[in-house]
Design a protein around this ligand. Structure first.
Ligand SMILES: [Zn+2]
Length: 465
C-alpha cells in the first residue's frame, strides 16, 4: 500500500494522567486528511487526527436558557442567575475568568440522569463519580481536555486556576445518560470575571469587538458553536459569519445522511485546545462535544491552511473539521458497525465526502484514494484493511456507486432505529460483527454482498454462505 495511506507507525498513543483515562474510551488515531492534505504533508510530518470519543464528551451550551438580564459587570465582577438543564453538556455562563478570580456558586432545583426519573438536587445522586457525584452540578474553566472539574453541588466557592470561560454541566460519564435525563437547576453566580456575551453570526456585521471586555467568547450558529479568542475574531471578523454558516450547512448534510442528531440535537462546539498535543505525538483534532482542535488546526497558521473562521474560502482545508463531526454522527446507538480503527475512520469519511460533495468543496475529490486496491486484493491481509483509513472507504464506496447516497441514508436510519437487542455485541469477534453487517447490507438492498466482503478479505464465520 501507499505509505501515505497507512497509520503513521511513529504515532504512539499515550493517554495518561487522571482523571479521564479511567473511563472506557474509544480511541483511534488516523491520517486525518484527504489526499490533497496528505500530499502536502508528505514532505513534512503526516499529521494525524485523533479520534477519541470521550465518555465525558463535554459539550454544548444552550444560550437561550441564560438569563442575562441579571448581569452586572462593573468593577465588582459579574452576578447572574442561569438555568442549567441536566441534558446540556457544557453550558457557557458567558463569564470570562483570569487565574486567581474568585467564583461563588449556589444552586437549587431538581434534575435526574436516571431513566426511572428519580430526581435529586444539584448535589447529584448518592453514587460517587470521580471526585464528585454522578449527576452533580460541576464547573470547568475552559473545556481543555485536562481541565479541572469542580464539584459544585448546592454551592461552593473556588478560585480559577486557569484563564477561560466558565462552563457548567451535570456530571455523567456517558452522553447517553444526559439524553435520558430530565429537569434543570437554577444557578446563582458571583464571579470576579467579565462578561463574555455569546455572539450570533448576525452580530458580527456591526459589533465593535474592541469594546468587549473578555479576551475569549463564543459564536453560536444554529448547530455549531465556535470558541474563539477576541484577537482571532478581530482578525477574521469579515469572514466569520459566513464561515459559521458554512459549518451549519456541514451539520445539515450530516443530519440529512444520518437522520439523527447526536447530543440530543444540541449544537456541536469546536474548542481550540493545546491539550490535544498532550494526547499523542501527532494529535491534531479530537472528536466529541466539544470537538477539540490543536490551536494551529483551528486558526490557519498551519500547513494545511484550515481556519475555523475562514472556512467559507474553499481554498482552505475543512476536511479535519468535517471529519470530526462525522465521528460524532457515527456513534449514535453505540456505533456498533465501526469494526476496527480503519473502518471507524472510513465511516466518518462517508459523512465527510457526502458533506463536501454537497457543499461543492474541492476536497470532495477522491480520485486517487483507491489507487492501490489491486495490490491489496491480490496480496492484502485483513489486518491492513482493519487499520487503514482508505481501504474500508473504497469498499463502502462500491456500495455508494451501486445504490447512491441513498444506501447510506437507509442504513443509518435503519441502524439508528435498532433496539439494544438487535445490535451486535461491542466486543464480539470481528467475524461475527462483519457477518451481522453483511446481513444488514443484504437486507437493505435485497442483494447478496458476500463477494464484496470476500474481495476485501473481510473475515466471516466459517459457516457463512
Ligand atoms: Zn478520525
Amino acid at each position: 500500500m501507499n505509505p501515505q495511506h497507512q497509520i503513521d507507525p511513529r504515532a504512539s498513543c499515550h493517554i495518561s494522567g487522571p482523571p479521564k483515562e479511567k473511563f472506557p474510551l474509544h480511541q483511534t488515531k488516523i491520517a486525518s486528511s484527504n489526499s490533497m492534505y496528505e500530499r502536502r504533508a508528505e514532505s513534512k510530518t503526516i499529521k494525524l487526527a485523533f479520534l477519541l470519543i470521550l465518555s465525558l464528551a463535554p459539550g454544548c451550551t444552550s444560550n437561550h436558557s441564560i438569563d442575562s438580564t441579571a448581569t452586572d459587570s462593573k468593577s465588582t465582577g459579574v452576578s447572574k442567575g442561569i438555568e442549567v438543564s441536566v441534558q446540556t453538556y457544557w453550558q457557557n455562563t458567558e463569564i470570562y475568568l483570569q487565574p486567581g478570580a474568585q467564583v461563588k456558586l449556589s444552586a437549587v432545583g431538581l434534575w435526574t440522569l436516571e431513566a426511572e426519573k428519580t430526581f435529586y438536587g444539584p448535589e447529584g445522586s448518592n453514587a460517587a463519580y470521580e471526585n464528585c457525584h454522578y449527576g452533580e452540578l460541576v464547573a470547568q474553566v475552559g473545556l481543555h481536555y485536562y481541565g479541572k472539574t469542580i464539584c459544585i453541588g448546592e454551592g461552593t466557592t473556588f478560585t480559577a486556576e486557569t484563564v477561560g470561560l466558565l462552563y457548567l454541566s451535570s456530571w455523567a460519564p456517558w452522553d447517553a445518560d444526559r439524553a435520558l435525563g430530565a429537569g434543570s437547576v437554577m444557578v446563582q453566580i458571583e464571579a470576579a470575571g467579565v462578561d463574555a456575551p455569546t455572539l450570533v453570526p448576525a452580530d458580527l456585521a456591526t459589533i465593535n469587538l474592541k469594546n468587549l471586555a473578555a479576551d475569549e467568547l463564543e459564536i453560536s450558529g444554529q448547530h455549531v458553536i465556535v470558541t474563539v479568542s477576541k484577537a482571532q475574531l478581530i482578525k477574521f471578523q469579515a469572514d466569520a459569519a459566513e464561515s459559521i454558516e458554512v459549518f451549519d450547512n456541514f451539520y445539515q448534510s450530516h443530519l440529512e445522511l444520518s437522520g439523527h442528531a447526536p447530543y440530543t440535537g444540541q449544537p456541536i462546539r469546536y474548542f481550540p485546545d493545546a491539550d490535544t498535543r498532550e494526547l499523542g505525538a501527532w494529535a491534531w483534532m479530537l472528536a466529541g462535544n466539544p470537538i477539540r482542535l490543536d490551536p494551529m488546526a483551528a486558526y490557519g497558521e498551519g500547513f494545511d491552511r484550515s481556519n475555523l473562521l475562514q472556512s467559507q474560502n474553499q481554498a482552505n482545508s475543512v476536511w479535519g473539521f468535517v471529519h470530526e463531526m462525522g465521528h460524532d454522527f457515527t456513534f449514535t446507538n453505540g456505533g456498533r458497525y465501526l469494526i476496527g480503527r480503519g473502518p471507524t475512520e472510513a465511516w466518518a469519511n462517508i459523512f465527510t465526502l457526502y458533506t463536501l460533495e454537497n457543499s461543492g468543496h474541492p476536497e470532495a475529490d477522491k480520485d486517487d484514494r483507491c489507487r492501490d486496491l489491486d495490490e491489496y486484493f491480490q496480496n492484502g491481509e485483513y489486518q491492513t484493511f482493519k487499520n487503514d483509513t482508505w481501504l474500508p472507504l473504497c469498499m463502502l464506496f462500491e456500495l455508494k456507486e451501486l445504490y447512491g447516497w441513498q444506501f447510506f441514508k437507509n442504513f443509518f436510519r435503519h441502524y439508528n432505529s435498532l433496539g439494544q437487542d438487535n445490535l451486535p455485541l461491542k466486543y464480539d469477534i470481528d467475524e461475527n460483527r462483519w457477518a451481522w453487517l453483511l446481513s444488514e447490507f443484504n437486507l437493505l438492498t435485497g442483494d447478496d454482498h458476500s463477494e464484496l466482503f470476500k474481495k476485501y478479505h473481510i473475515p466471516l464465520p466459517l459457516n457463512s454462505p
